[in-house]
Design a protein around this ligand. Sequence first.
Ligand code: FAD
Length: 459
Amino acid sequence: MSSDYDVVVLGSGPGGYIAAIRAAQLGLKAAVVEKEEVGGVCLNWGCIPSKALLRNAEVLNLFRDPAKWGVSFDNMTYDMGAAIDRSRRVVDRVVKGVQSLFKKHNIDLYRGTGRLASQGVVAIDSLGKKLKAANIILATGTRARSLPGLKVDGETVVTSRNALESRETPATIVIVGGGAVGVEFAYFYRSYGSEVTIVEMLPRLLPGEDEEVSQHLERALKRQGIQIMTGSTVEKLARSKGRAKVTISPGAEVIECDRVLLGVGVQPNTEELGLEGLGVEMENGFIKIDDRMAANVPGVYAIGDVTGKMPLAHVASAQGVLAAEVIAEREPAPLDYSQMPRAIYCQPQVASMGLTEQAAREKGHEVKIGRFPFAANGKAVALGLPDGFVKLVADARYGEILGAHLIGHDVTDLLAEISTARMLEGTALEIGRSVHAHPSLSEAIMEAGLGVFDESLNI
Ligand code: FAD
């Protein structure tokens, strides 16, 4: 049977669209099937619009302390609706960018819901089409999970997707979940004047991050006026006239609020894909893959959030590149998920990779820590943003970098240096010895590198 395409990708998020582009670069004929807007959750309802909103919040916060900058004005007003409008314009621009990349690479885009009709055949029922595909990449992503008793109604109990559209500032909001989505929205709403409470079941915010970073963030958010209830769960929720009464345990504290935002994780978009019919193996609802992104059925691959590996856009893209290269018989090296960067964009921002200090010790490493505070970094002080620190977790023997944990202004843009150093098999020594521009925030990384050997200079 000759195929219409070498590769058909279901879903055009950062996994799917990157896989299609990489496939096309490698000379494969590729098509993408997308049931909503090109760019997936990331471009339309995740990474990009949320970062646009956070930028508005940062700008607003600059105006909050005008005397510090020698500026004065009367009657400052601000409008969250304008921030939402700007974020939608940003989305529009990046989505158009992906559409034009599809054209540039001769990637056919089918707008409709795709499913596996049989091995090597994708059906798009709404278009009455069947595409013969030598290889199929499933990149259908995830959607927000809800919790029992907290049914999403889109008005009072909302997901991040609803929140990204809502132009009204809630006077009070309870955010359930102290992970990345929870803390980013908490910072955003607090910046616009909402009374914000975060309810997190585990003992600390960002439970997967290094404990010192979690604690520092918790203190910073509290200083901003955000109430944080860790080790707590929503016991009961009662809705009335567009408001909610939330009972939080332990302690049965009751908070009345205008909105409850759920940031409690995701569930995979795997229903109605025809997976059972073909015998595609699943694990906790996610598609099971090997380190070549291959599912158990020949010619079927899966990438991105739907694989349940790490729900991050850049991980989806890295998996997409790898899947395309496997299909093009390039034999790429497997991904090391433990080294994937993690980034959270409230202010102060959090960025990390590799092992936390505790995990490194538990793995039996003899650990040395290099730590440098932004309060001792000239650029951070000049910017008026001295909060936070860089913490490098290194193996004591050769200074191998096991993990990096940063908190501070715009630290998400500093992390790549450490990833690159690691990839080139550099150690904390190379980071500490390489000359960094002065003054720059990146000097804090250099100083933390030196700190691993107790040789930091500016502290
Ligand atoms: P998605 O982006 O979910 O794309 C899947 C696509 O498949 C969708 O467009 C969907 O319509 C389509 N689809 C589904 N089923 C079918 C079908 N049967 N046929 C055709 N099409 C189908 N990650 C980061 O790395 N950094 C961030 O800053 C960040 N911020 C976030 C903020 C928020 C509020 C949220 C919710 C998420 C954020 N994420 C962030 C996570 C990030 O959005 C996801 O990791 C990423 O979008 C996953 O990409 P994907 O390609 O796997 O799937």
